[in-house]
Design a protein around this ligand. Structure first.
Ligand SMILES: [Zn+2]
Ligand SMILES: [Zn+2]
Length: 567
């Protein structure tokens, strides 16, 4: 029976390029997950978009003498190009600057207002007399009152992770000019988050399938109590506030960006020609929604967005929020301001997508931070993709292609004639059973968002098949016993065919290539998540290596470049 799965992916902020931390944290995991469910025959809706509003974009625009929309659409286009090159398979990647998004945000705002979950209050807002503007929370800096971190921002402390108000900061300063701000009165709307604490607590306690770090972090936070939060601000760039008298203000970006999951689903439905189609992913209680985010975003997805959904009513709450930890680069914390990052467009301009997908999957920061190093990138590419998996495929396909007329060995080649029962011995059966069990296991692990373990399991099949071939040596046996060699090679082709499907969610480009090399038509996805042996006698394509070896010196060169531009 096919399931309905909403794959909701964090909205990247359109003020700069993507880096590998984004990919490992929030973009590769949902793609693996969505590809798996699609090939399994489930109905998947994978949406996201660029988060185009907020202050950093307006400040960057001022610095560059452009309009915020120009900056945002420039990065939006770059994101689209990156998704395509890396194979991140969104059903829709839109932006928060659409009329549809504003309309859906207004609906949520007005419904919450109507139900009494939103109220007005006058607050004193930081105003920089030097810059002559109200300062958005994240542009006030100072010392965190909770942990004493001196670089805390007015919206959140990056050291202890607690959300903050600018007024709570000790010795606040303007994030643009460093002068101390004054506080001026301004009327704003607030979301009554505090009222949802008990309902949230009861709901979160039931989510025992969540990752331990996500569950613990959320519970700890809820136990401390919730504060109401401002959802409008004094800024000109963003979604307008649908209430008279608030023309000079905009919805706060944290409030409207999370609504993007819903507005994107509605936009997708319209683009399919059936504007009600989103409902089956949001209102059917059997549909499940998974939110893929980095750990810095947990609270917005386990507390704030669920509270908004509870207040609005009639929409599914998140089923799971598999937040990832962080990726460090060459042993150091990734930092965009210090340019200590590997930028995705830069990577994609020089290397293939699958080796990166492989490394970031097999080393995914699921339960703790992991490190990316160029040395490991080259090593894993050469030792694992090329020498273990790629070489297995290539040596079998080349040998079969040369010795069996460019075809999968036929029943006749295997000496079973009309019976069509392949004469498998103990070691053949052992490998077949082992790989079949792994196949099932890999699927279960992906469904549980244990991607690292799933790929590691799949790779054991490549190892075992290499061992099996070394033992069986069909390259020698063929001289005395062509039928026995044909059977061994047929078994190896069957396992390779299983691997093609098993690693497809991780390595879609090379799996698709292998699919054609094995003589299958169409797309890997068309064949489903099932074990499909090549038909004896099936025509193969001329073999080509799946992966290319990288020179060792690349690791040194790339790491050197990073040290040169980063600080
Ligand atoms: Zn702190
Ligand atoms: Zn200032």
């Amino acid at each position: 029976m096919s399931e309905r799965i909403l794959v909701a992916v964090a909205w990247p902020y359109a003020d700069g390029p993507l880096h590998l931390g984004h990919v490992a944290g929030a973009y590769l995991p949902p793609d693996i997950f969505a590809r798996y469910h699609r090939i399994k025959g489930n109905k998947v809706l994978m949406v996201s978009g660029s988060d185009q509003h907020g202050t950093p974009i307006t400040i960057k625009a001022e610095q560059e003498g452009k309009k915020p929309a120009e900056i945002a659409s420039q990065y939006h286009q770059q994101f689209l190009d990156s998704w395509q090159a890396l194979g991140i398979s969104f059903d829709l990647f839109t932006s928060t600057e659409t009329a549809n998004h504003a309309e859906v945000s207004h609906d949520i705002f007005l419904t919450l207002l109507d139900k009494g979950y939103i109220y007005r209050a006058t607050v004193s807002q930081p105003f920089c007399p030097h810059c002559q503007r109200f300062l958005p929370d994240r542009y006030v800096e100072g010392t965190c009152p909770h942990c004493g971190f001196s670089g805390a921002r007015g919206d959140q402390c990056d050291s202890c992770g607690r959300p903050l108000n600018p007024a709570e900061l000790v010795e606040p300063r303007c994030g643009v000019c460093s002068n101390p701000p004054r506080f001026k009165d301004s009327e704003h709307f607030f979301f009554r988050l505090s009222e949802f604490r008990d309902r949230l607590l009861a709901w979160v306690r039931e989510q025992t399938h969540w990752r331990q770090n996500v569950l613990n972090f959320t519970l700890r936070y809820l136990e401390e109590g919730l504060k109401d939060r401002a959802i409008t601000r004094d800024i000109k760039w963003g979604v307008p506030v649908p209430v008279a008298g608030f023309e000079s203000k905009r919805l706060y970006v944290w409030f409207e960006a999370v609504i993007g999951y819903l507005s994107a689903s509605k936009e997708w439905a319209k683009s399919c020609g059936d504007s009600e189609k989103w409902r089956s992913f949001w209102q059917d209680d059997k549909a499940k929604s998974y939110y893929f985010i980095g750990k810095d975003n947990i609270l917005f997805h386990t507390i704030v967005w669920p509270a908004m959904l509870m207040g609005y009513g009639g929409l599914n709450l998140p089923y799971d929020v598999p937040a990832n930890e962080f990726l460090t680069i060459e042993g150091r914390k990734l930092s965009t301001s210090r340019n200590w990052a590997v930028w995705l467009p830069d990577y994609l301009s020089r290397y293939d997508p699958d080796p990166l997908r492989y490394l970031l999957s097999i080393n995914m920061p699921e339960t703790g931070d992991t490190d990316f190093s160029w040395h490991e990138f080259v090593r894993r590419n050469n030792d694992e993709l090329v020498a273990t998996y790629g070489n297995l495929v290539h040596r079998v396909l080349t040998f079969v292609y040369r010795n069996f007329d460019g075809c999968v060995p036929s029943y006749e080649d295997m000496g079973v004639g009309d019976t069509r029962v392949i004469n498998m011995g103990n070691s053949d059966l052992r490998l077949d059973n082992m790989s079949g069990a792994v196949f099932v296991n890999v699927g279960e692990l992906i469904a549980k968002c244990s991607f690292k373990q799933a790929l590691r399991m799949a790779m054991t099949v490549a190892h075992e098949t290499n061992r099996y071939l070394d033992e069986k040596s069909p390259w020698k046996v063929i001289k005395e016993n062509r039928q026995a060699a044909a059977t061994t090679l047929y078994v190896a082709l069957g396992i390779i065919s299983k691997l093609r499907t098993m690693v497809y969610p991780f390595l879609p480009f090379s799996s698709q290539k292998l699919h054609h090399l094995l003589g299958f038509e169409g797309n890997v996805e068309d064949y489903g998540w099932q074990i499909k042996w090549p038909t004896p006698g099936q025509r193969l394509l001329p073999p080509e290596p799946l992966f290319s070896k990288l020179e060792e010196r690349l690791a040194e060169e790339e790491a050197g470049r990073l040290r040169q531009v980063g600080c």
